[in-house]
Design a protein around this ligand. Structure first.
Ligand code: C6P
Length: 407
């Protein structure tokens, strides 16, 4: 397993609690390569102005940086046109935009929304709001024993009443990959739209919106090597055209009179206010494509194949979503140490320089479904190494000792 990309990430050379950092919280946010940091610095040193506002050269440069990024994302997702790419702050804002601008106007009492029990709150709470306000019913796809989405539920719960199916392509807790193309085909067969939460998939696999034939897809830049504060909503042009704006204000208008406003065309209609222009997302996608998704998937699989047998040897460690085929899983391992609260596990690992997340991972209904209040989660990316995993396992072996429990 080569470590050829690790040196590109300055933060990975930093220390945590005096020890080299084993950063295993990539599902929360990824570290940034030098090229992304440089692109952002270059923007603020030499290109910064408010795009679309000024007629002077610097504002034109900023506009180019912004619009070039849209072109880059269009190609990256294989969208048909750049009008289908809307910049938001993050996945959460993209999904809220859909709830307010698609869900509220489109649904009425008696309609149904179908999501999965494995959704992040960002793809769950907005649909609860839409259901409460419109009188629509919110239904759930539950899970098979191995953590994959229940095939029977997909079969039975997409009916002519279903208007929106919103599912994550990869669960942030279990790391399992859902066949959103097949789910979308069923949704389309009954006239429903398919919304894909790509927060945990787009950084890890090639996602082609035409091949998936999805209506909407959301992701966050910060989980994909880019700075925080920029996210994407892909939408089918015809659907976006018909939707009202989400946020109102500067840059989303064509003409404003005292009592009336004509809204701008796509994509500006959905981009009110000054956006995060900084150039980082373009550089992140360039870097990611240079690494290549084949490499990323193979590396994450290698890391899983290395870590899982070691974890399974520890009989006091309980794993979630780890019985499935590894080629249907990204590098996410959720686990608990028997009789130890996940926060204690994470604190003990922190003292060893190992960063993992502990808690409900913004997926409380899934936690309840799994019969847990919380779990620990180690999440890998292509720059992680076997040494990171060795340190993680060594730290885990200390947990029960520190808590004065028998191994
Ligand atoms: N999950 C995690 O540690 P934002 O915060 O808007 O960039 O992403 C929200 C989001 C939506 N969907 C999924 C599947 C996600 O995993 C996340 C973010 C992080 O798991 C932070 S809670």
């Amino acid at each position: 397993m080569s470590d050829k990309y690790r040196a590109d990430f300055p933060l990975l050379a930093e220390k945590m609690n005096g020890l080299p950092i084993a950063y295993l919280d990539n599902s929360a946010t990824t570290q940034k390569p030098e090229s992304v940091i440089e692109a952002v610095t270059e923007y603020y040193r030499r290109q910064n102005a408010n795009p679309h506002r000024g007629a002077y050269a610097l504002s034109v440069t900023a506009t180019d940086v912004y619009e070039n990024c849209r072109e880059r994302v269009t190609k990256f997702l294989n969208a048909r046109r750049s009008r289908e790419i809307i910049f938001t702050r993050n996945t959460t804002e993209s999904l809220n935009l859909l709830a307010y601008s698609y869900g509220l106007p489109a649904l009425k009492s008696g309609d149904e929304i179908l999501i999965s029990i494995a959704e992040h709150h960002s793809n769950l709470v907005p649909w609860q709001m839409v259901a409460a306000r419109t009188g629509a019913k919110l239904n759930y796809i539950y899970l098979e024993k191995d953590g994959n989405l229940c095939r029977q539920d997909i079969q039975d719960k997409i009916t002519t009443k279903t208007k929106i199916v919103a599912v994550t392509q990869v669960s942030n807790v279990l790391g399992l990959i859902n066949d959103v193309k097949a789910i979308g085909e069923r949704a389309h067969a009954v006239g429903a739209v398919i919304i894909v939460d790509g927060a945990q998939s787009v950084p890890h696999m090639a996602v082609d919106v035409q091949q998936l034939d999805c209506d909407f897809l959301a992701f966050s830049g910060h989980k994909l090597l880019s700075p925080m504060g920029i996210g994407v909503l892909y939408g089918r042009e015809k659907l976006l055209e018909a939707m009202p704006p989400f946020l109102m204000g500067g840059d989303m208008i064509e003409y404003v009179a005292e009592q009336h406003t004509d809204y701008a065309e796509l994509p500006a209609k959905f981009e009110a206010g000054t956006q995060n222009v900084g150039g980082g997302l373009t550089a992140a996608i360039d870097y990611l494509e240079e690494v290549g998704f084949d490499y990323i998937a193979a590396r994450e699989k290698d890391l899983l194949e290395y870590a899982l047998p070691k974890l399974k040897e520890l009989d006091y460690v309980e794993l979630y979503g780890c019985d499935s085929r590894l080629d249907n899983k990204t590098g996410i391992i959720s686990f608990n140490v028997r009789d130890v609260h996940p926060h204690d596990v994470s604190t003990i690992l922190d003292a060893e320089g190992v960063a993992v997340r502990a808690g409900h991972h913004c997926a409380q209904p899934l936690m309840r479904y799994l019969g847990q209040n919380a779990t620990c989660r180690a999440s890998f990316y292509f720059y992680n190494t076997k040494e990171d995993i060795d340190r993680f396992i060594a730290g885990l072996k200390k947990v029960r000792e520190v808590m004065r429990l028998e191994s």
